[in-house]
Structure formats: C-alpha cells, structure tokens
Ligand binder design. Structure first.
Ligand code: NAD
Length: 424
C-alpha cells in the first residue's frame, strides 16, 4: 500500500539497500508488531543544505550537507556527523537508520539520526574547516537541539569540530547549550572515556564473543581495517589483552607483520601520516591482500560495504567484529554464516560510542561529572547486558547475532511506535 521513496533507488549492496534487507530479515520475528515495520523503511525527516564558504584564496565554494532523522519514537535523534568526499543522502539515511537500531539495541532513550558534508576535509585549511562546520551547523540548526537531535563525531570529525558546533548553536540560541552535541572536549562538558568508548565497546563485545567461541585472546591474530578513533583504540585494547595485530589498513595502504605490529610506534605515525609511513615496522602490501592475511579476528573499522562476497569467501578469520557501520554486504553476511564465521554486528559491536555519548548528555544536563572508572564500569555493564540478551534471542530462534539484534531493537522501537499511536 505504501508508495516507494522517490529520492533514493538503493542497489543490493548500497548502504540503504543493505539496511532494508536487514530489516526484511527480522520481520518473521516481530509477531503482530510487523504491521508497523514500514515505519523503519523510511526516514522521518531528511534535510539537504547548501554550505557556502569563502576559501582562503577568496573564492566561494559550495558544499552539500545533510541531516537525516530516521526515527524518534523512543527519544531525540542521535548520531554522528561525517565529513567525507563520498557522503551522499542515501549513505546518511542508512547511517541514521543504523543509529535507530543501535540506540534501541542497547536500550538508550534515543532515536536515530546522522549527518554529513560531501567534502574532503584533508584539503581544507583549519580556517576553512571551522567555517564549513559553523555554516553547516547553522543550516541544520533548525532541526537539531539538546532535546530533539544531538550530533556527535564520526569519520573525519572530532572534539574540535564538536566544540565549533556547540558554539555556533549556542550563539544562535543565545545561551550555552552544551547538551546539543556529544564528543566535546572535556572542559566544554565532554565526558571522560568518550574518545575511547567505541573501541572499548568493540573490545568488550569481542572478548565475550571470543570466550564463547573458546578462542584465547593471548596470541590471537587480528587484522584491522581503518586505524582512526575506532580501529586504533580497539587494536590497542586487544594488544593489551595479549593479541597480535598482524595487519592494518587505512586510506594510505596496508601494512602487515605476522609477528605483530608495534602499536606504541605505529599509532603516532599513523595519526600523522597514515600507516604506510611506518615502513620500518612491517611489509607494505597491495590493499586487496589485506583480506587474505592469516588471522583469527577481523575488525572492519573504516567504511561501509568493505566485506564483499568475494572477501567473505577468502577471509581466514573465525570472528568478525564490526567496528564500522555497515561494513558487511548482505550476501557476504550469508557466506560468513555458512562458513561458520561469527559476526558481532555493528549495531551492538560499536555501540560503546553512543553509550558514553548518552552519559555525556546526562552529565551535561545534571552539571555533575563522573570519574572514568564509573564511566567504564557502566559502559561495560550496558554492553554486556545488551549482548547477553541478543545472544539468548539468537540461540532461541537459531538466527545470526545481527538478526537477533534487529529483533530485540525493532521490538522496542515498534512497541514505542504502537503505544504512541499515529498522529493525528
Ligand atoms: P576516523 O576518521 O577516526 O578513522 C577512519 C579510518 O578509516 C582512518 O584510519 C582512515 O584512514 C580509514 N579509511 C578511510 N577510508 C578508507 C579506505 N577506503 N580503506 C581503508 N581505510 C580507510 O573514523 P572513526 O570514528 O574511527 O570511524 C570509523 C568507522 O566507525 C565508521 O564506519 C564510523 O561510522 C564507525 N563508528 C564510529 C564511532 C565513533 O565514536 N567515532 C562510533 C560508532 C561507529
């Protein structure tokens, strides 16, 4: 009965196409709530904005920005802002939808949203970066706010960008609104533990999955794609637990070392120039070889659609921890399941970031800040409770962890939708 969305034509492996197929798989487990499922297949609100800025050389450049609020049945929209040359409305729609599923999976009182600008920030000066951030914030200011939609960092955005966003929004509303974004610097209402929270969540869920598989983390070989906020922190925590990081890939290329890369030396180099600059620490190999590296755990922590059917066929990993959002296409998901490779899906694996963002937001409103131990204890508890419930659901229905996460999350979202009823 519902008309198709006119502004997006997803293909099977596109981010929105991947998301739709993940929702379709959960329908048999929704019972009578299935009548509401269409609500998950379209965003509540999508805003496209023009972001003009004067460049340092005096020219005027225009960029395209987006903010999509996918679903707000359970609370305000929540989700990061990405600066990347390949950002599209379709990608942001999928990322916002995955936030809806994720916040429900860990039972935070939020809906899902996401934003982005189609720009390569590495080509901008600091001055231009500040201008583009401020103009974008002002343009989306009509739909964001501490009680409506709260942005956070994502690919190529960080605490400084959150500080500019907070300041711009605050200037426009005439007061200091710390709760409008999370992932802020500490002295601006940020939270201890936020920078490492996503990587920490990947580690906590990964450690539990390894335990259930009977895999010893000491000596386990790990390949990590994407060595930014999520990938490098997860790698560090696994290395502390005794694992060996045998391959790392970022936008500059791929480095391998079967004895384990020395992270204390790699991370500062990678942060500045990318992993390929760490030539002395390992061998530089063609990017496609990353997927054949002998490993026990694979951590995609870069972009969507990286684990294709072909790569799923050749990986030697027994456990995949989705640090990135949407890294596995549906066909690859099936191949991994058939091959007995366990996948801890993005919507629970990388939920540590939004969980500590929630703590930050709560602390901002109460103006009372917790110490790091308290943050980490609460984070670990929330992640473990969510994962255990998802695992029980997977065992009960004999389904993958991904479909089980969707079953738990969609029940919460659609129950809220049903109880609220349709307005008017
Ligand atoms: P980041 O900008 O800190 O790091 C991104 C990394 O990916 C960099 O190392 C970059 O070099 C690498 N990369 C970019 N393009 C690549 C390519 N084509 N091939 C290989 N590597 C490439 O971003 P981040 O915050 O670490 O986010 C990474 C992923 O994790 C994204 O999917 C993001 O949505 C997801 N995520 C992030 C958070 C968070 O709190 N930051 C939370 C949940 C999920």
């Amino acid at each position: 009965m519902s008309e198709k969305l006119s502004f997006v034509a997803p293909t099977a492996n596109s981010p929105w196409g991947t998301y739709l197929s993940q929702v379709d798989r959960v329908v048999p487990y929704l019972g009578p709530l299935a009548r509401w499922v269409e609500t998950l297949k379209r965003p509540k609100r999508a805003l496209i904005v023009d972001v003009p800025i004067e460049m340092d050389d005096g020219t005027i450049a225009h960029y395209e920005g987006y903010r999509v609020q996918h679903n707000m049945s359970r609370g305000p929209g929540k989700g990061g802002v990405r600066f990347h040359p390949d950002v599209t409305l379709e990608e942001v729609m999928a990322l916002s939808a995955w936030m809806t599923i994720k916040t429900a999976a860990v039972n935070l009182p939020y809906g899902g949203a996401k934003g982005g600008i189609r720009v390569d920030p590495k080509k901008l000066s600091q001055n231009e970066l500040e201008k583009i951030t401020r103009r974008y914030t002002s343009e989306i200011g009509i739909i964001i706010g501490p009680h409506t939609d709260i942005p956070a960092p994502d690919v190529n955005t960080n605490g400084q960008i959150m500080a500019w966003m907070m300041d711009t929004y605050s200037m426009n509303v005439g007061g200091t609104a710390t709760g409008v974004v999370t992932g802020k610097p500490l002295h601006l209402g940020g939270s201890l533990g936020r920078v490492k929270a996503t990587g920490r969540g990947v580690f906590v869920t990964g450690r539990e999955a390894a335990r259930r598989l009977g895999m010893d983390l000491r000596g386990a070989r790990i390949a990590v794609q994407g060595f930014g906020n999520v990938g490098s922190v997860a790698a560090e925590l696994f290395a502390e637990a005794g694992a060996k990081i045998v391959a790392v890939q970022d936008h500059t290329g791929t480095i391998v070392n079967s004895n384990g890369l020395d992270l204390a030396r790699l991370i500062p180099v990678a942060n500045k120039e990318g992993v390929v600059a760490f030539k002395a620490g390992g061998d530089i190999v063609p990017n496609e070889d990353f997927w054949n590296v002998a490993c026990d755990i694979l951590i995609p922590a870069a972009l969507e659609g990286q684990i294709t059917a072909e790569r799923a066929q050749k990986t030697t990993a027994k456990l995949v921890l989705e640090g990135a959002n949407g890294p596995t296409v549906p066909q690859a998901d099936d191949i991994l399941a058939e091959r007995g490779v366990l996948v801890v899906p993005d919507v629970i694996c990388n939920a540590g970031g939004v969980t500590v963002s929630y703590f930050e937001w709560v602390q901002d409103f109460s103006s009372f800040f917790w110490d790091e131990d308290e943050i980490n204890v609460r984070l670990d508890r929330i992640m473990m409770n969510a994962l255990n419930q998802i695992w029980d659901t997977a065992d009960k229905h004999k389904i993958t962890l991904r479909t089980a996460t969707y079953a738990v999350a969609c029940e919460r979202i659609l129950m809220a939708r049903q109880e609220r009823g349709l307005y008017p």
